[in-house]
Design a protein around this ligand. Structure first.
Ligand code: FE2
Length: 310
C-alpha cells in the first residue's frame, strides 16, 4: 500500500510517491506496482458461487486482484431467467466491496443500473454506448467530474449476452498509465494534473436538458490517497488545454494505450463481469444476431472499492 502524508495547505492526502521531488519513493512504489501487475487477463478472474453471499475466500481473491490492478474479473451462474434477481445480485456484489453510492445517470433504471445494448429509440438513442460501434479508450463518467470526491471512482460491468463477433474490451490500470507517462517524461504528469487539462463542452440533449461544460484534470488524488483518472481518447467534443506540454502528454498517453504490453484484452462471456476502480477501457465494434443482441449491465459509483472495515 502507498504511504500517505498530509500536504500543508491541502486537505486531501497525497501519496508520497506522487511528489515530483520524491523520486526514491516513486521508484519504490513503481517497482512494487509493476512487479505485481498481471501479465495475463486470466490472472484477474475469480469464480463466485453466489453474488448475494460472497465467501471470505472469494472476497479476498477479488480484493487481491484490485490491489494488484485496480480491477478484478468475476464469473457466476447466469441468473438468465430473472433480470430483477440478477440486477439485485449485481448491487449486492458491489456493496460487498464498499460500493453503494451509485451515480445518478440519465439512462439508469430506478436501481441505478444501465443496460448497455443496441437501441434505436428512446433516451439512449444516438449515444455510442448504445450502438454496435467501437468506443475508444476512456474512463467512465469523464464528462461528469466535479471534484476528486464527486466523480465516478468505481464501476461494475456485467455481461448477460455477448456478441457473436467483436465486443471485446482492452483494459489498463490508470496507475500503470501514470507510471509509463512519468517514466517517459515527468513533465507529462504536471500537464495532466492541471485542473483545467481536459474540458468537455456543454451538450444539448434531445430532451432539451443541457449538460454544462465539464472541466478538470486527467490525473487527480482521491480522498483515500489513491490515484484517480479522467480521460477520453475521442477527438470530437473535447478540448485539451492549449499548451505544448499538454499536447505532448496526450500524444504520449495515446501511444501507451496503443502499444503497451501491459494492456489486457478480454471478451466477456455471459455471467462474467468486471468490478474496478474505473480503469481505462475501450470496446471493439461488434455484430450480433438481431434477436439476441449483446447485453451488458453497468453500475457506476462514487467512491472506490474498499474493505468492509473502511
Ligand atoms: Fe465505459
Amino acid at each position: 500500500m502507498a504511504t500517505v502524508a498530509e500536504v500543508p495547505g491541502d486537505r486531501l492526502p497525497h501519496p508520497r510517491w506522487l511528489s515530483s521531488a520524491n523520486d526514491r519513493d516513486y521508484r519504490r512504489w513503481r517497482d512494487a506496482r509493476l512487479a505485481r501487475y498481471p501479465l495475463r487477463v486470466e490472472e484477474l478472474l475469480v469464480e463466485i458461487r453466489d453474488p448475494f453471499r460472497v465467501t471470505p475466500a472469494e472476497h479476498a481473491a477479488i480484493m487481491s486482484r484490485c490491489d494488484r490492478a485496480n480491477m478484478a474479473l468475476y464469473a457466476f451462474g447466469l441468473m438468465k431467467q430473472d433480470e430483477l434477481l440478477l440486477r439485485a445480485g449485481l448491487l449486492s456484489l458491489g456493496a460487498t466491496f464498499g460500493l453503494r453510492a451509485i451515480e445518478d445517470h440519465r439512462s439508469a433504471g430506478t436501481d441505478g443500473i444501465v443496460r448497455i445494448e443496441v437501441v434505436n429509440e428512446g433516451g439512449r438513442n444516438g449515444y455510442i454506448p448504445y450502438t454496435d460501434r467501437p468506443i475508444s479508450w476512456h474512463t467512465d463518467g469523464y464528462y461528469n467530474f466535479h471534484s476528486p470526491r464527486r466523480c465516478v471512482g468505481a464501476m461494475l460491468l456485467h455481461c448477460a449476452r455477448s456478441a457473436e463477433q467483436g465486443g471485446e474490451n482492452r483494459l489498463l490500470d490508470p496507475e500503470i498509465a501514470y507510471i509509463k507517462l512519468r517514466d517517459d517524461d515527468p513533465a507529462h504528469i504536471g500537464a495532466l494534473m492541471h485542473p483545467a487539462a481536459m474540458s468537455i463542452p456543454e451538450n444539448a440533449e434531445e430532451s432539451g436538458a443541457i449538460r454544462p461544460v465539464n472541466v478538470g484534470p486527467v490525473f487527480f488524488v482521491h480522498p483515500s490517497g489513491a490515484l484517480g483518472m479522467r480521460y477520453t481518447a475521442r477527438k470530437r467534443n473535447i478540448l485539451w488545454r492549449d499548451d505544448e506540454q499538454t499536447r505532448k502528454a496526450v500524444a504520449a498517453l495515446e501511444r501507451i494505450l496503443d502499444t503497451d504490453p501491459l494492456v489486457l484484452r478480454i471478451k466477456m462471456s455471459p455471467g462474467q463481469g468486471m468490478i474496478c476502480n474505473n480503469v481505462l477501457h475501450d470496446r471493439s465494434g461488434f455484430r450480433s444476431a438481431a434477436d439476441e443482441g449483446r447485453l451488458l449491465y453497468r453500475v457506476r459509483y462514487h467512491g472506490r472499492i474498499c474493505r468492509p472495515e473502511n
